[in-house]
Design a protein around this ligand. Structure first.
Ligand SMILES: [Zn+2]
Length: 451
């Protein structure tokens, strides 16, 4: 196989990955103006990059460096954007970025996604997959892949219609953004009619235990999670045996975890995720800082309970919700804040016989927190006190405002972030994390169980 084609190989071994990196870096330096400029500024020559081991010599490139107005600077110079596949990202930074790829790159990327899905659930030959997506498609838009079919269901339809379409498709698998599937699950549960058992593969957002429980009750199958980013495709799949543990799709990407200075952090320590796309030469992403936070599991060569061995991510916290940055510079995991909120809501929910469907906690400055609560009934003074205490316990505030909302819409991407910080959380990646003890979160948050 020619060196250039190693990028499309399945089951890449270390020498293949080295060959991919070598070829990719040389190609990007020759053909992609922005990358050449970055490497020249950093004084590195592509010839000095023989493989993975040399990768850290290259500068990392933050997501914010990609400017859509000058997109051609990020593409190979001989590419014709009108003839490429493009997909818009919907990142938590709110910055819009179109990712370009050739037809063969797009096909390989899709095959990798199916391979990752297969690691979690069985996909029969004549599969039926419902894909919850943002477009508006009618039933005739069913896509055929061999004997398999994918049914797109628009998340812009009324929930009852979405639930009915999902029911009609009688799928083996439902996939889409976590919040969207959770809402459909709630609809199905409130309908009360039994739903044929199916598996769920969530994408794009952290799957919190309460969402997992709702989906499990509605669909009764396996609830799995895929860590995918538009710039790469699937990065990792959630281990079937260990919720919250992600095995990296090493055919598609290489993952590094670094602190705010760009230094590697030891396994088990959370840091910023750097991604290198091994197969996209149209719009190369090399040591790309995507803004997520995770830790590498240790040790890498351990065989997992599921039988897989290979690099694995844990403590995946930064995907949907932000870390809160405290006055002393330390960071607080969104999981801790979410658990505190759930505890604060508990009495109020029981007294009023309701469930709070959605809420949002926003850190507006280091000393100011704002909580928005979607509630069918007025908020009580006791609830307001409980919410304030919940945050102040973690030295957040002291200014805490609380607002009852009649609606809290999803973001345009269909994601919903509960915890948002305006205190530049990405710049603080790698800063110390408030070391929560298990009983602070375990009561409501089982997904932090790590091996
Ligand atoms: Zn595993």
């Amino acid at each position: 196989m020619s060196t250039r084609l190693h990028r499309y190989r399945f089951g890449k071994k270390p020498p293949h990955i080295d060959a991919c990196i070598r070829a990719l870096v040389n190609h990007a330096f020759d053909k992609v103006p922005y990358i050449r400029e970055q490497y020249q500024n950093a004084g590195v020559s592509p010839q000095s990059i023989a493989g993975l081991e040399d990768l850290p010599r290259l500068p990392r490139i933050h997501r914010n460096a990609y400017d859509m107005r000058f997109i051609e600077r990020h593409l190979r110079s001989d590419a014709k954007p009108s003839r490429l596949h493009s997909s818009p990202t919907s990142g938590t930074t709110g910055l819009h970025l179109d990712v370009y790829a050739s037809t063969s790159e797009t096909a390989y990327r899709r095959m990798l996604l199916y391979r990752s899905m297969r690691k979690i659930v069985r996909i029969p030959l004549g599969f039926r997959i419902v894909h919850i997506w943002p477009g508006v498609f009618g039933a005739k838009e069913v896509r055929h892949y061999g004997l398999g079919r994918v049914f797109p269901v628009s998340r812009k339809l009324p929930l009852a219609t979405q639930a009915a379409l999902v029911r009609k498709a009688s799928p083996h698998i439902i996939t889409g953004p976590t919040t969207c599937i959770e809402l459909i699950a709630e609809q199905i549960l409130s309908d009360g009619a039994p739903f044929p058992k199916c598996n769920v593969l969530c994408r794009g957002e952290t799957v919190f235990p309460e969402a997992r429980d709702t989906m499990r009750r509605a669909f009764r199958g396996h609830i799995g999670d895929l860590y995918s980013v538009e710039e790469i495709g699937n990065v990792a799949w959630e281990c079937r045996e260990n919720p919250g543990v992600f095995h990296i799709q090493t055919d598609g990407c290489h993952v590094e975890i670094v602190d705010s200075e760009g230094q590697f952090v030891p396994a088990g320590t959370p840091g910023s995720v750097l991604l290198t796309n091994l197969f996209n030469w149209t719009m190369p992403f090399i040591r790309y800082e995507v803004g997520d936070i995770a830790a590498l599991a240790r040790p890498e060569d351990d065989v997992c309970r599921c039988g897989h061995s290979g690099p694995t991510l844990v403590q995946f916290d930064g995907r949907a919700d932000d870390y809160i940055v405290r006055e002393d510079g330390s960071r607080l995991s969104p999981r801790v804040v979410i658990s505190a909120m759930r505890r604060a809501f508990r009495n109020f929910e029981a007294e009023n016989n309701i469930l709070i469907p959605r809420y949002k906690v926003e850190q507006q400055s280091e000393r100011k927190m704002h909580i928005q609560v979607l509630s069918p009934v007025p908020l009580t003074e006791q609830l307001r006190d409980a919410l304030r205490e919940g945050l102040m316990k973690y030295r957040l505030g002291p200014i805490i405002t609380i607002e009852r909302m009649s609606e809290l819409p999803l973001e345009p991407s269909g994601k919903f972030r509960r915890i948002i910080s305006q205190v530049s959380p990405s710049e603080n990646a790698g800063k110390p994390i408030h070391n929560f003890n298990d009983d602070e979160i375990q009561a409501t948050d089982g997904a932090v169980d790590l091996p």
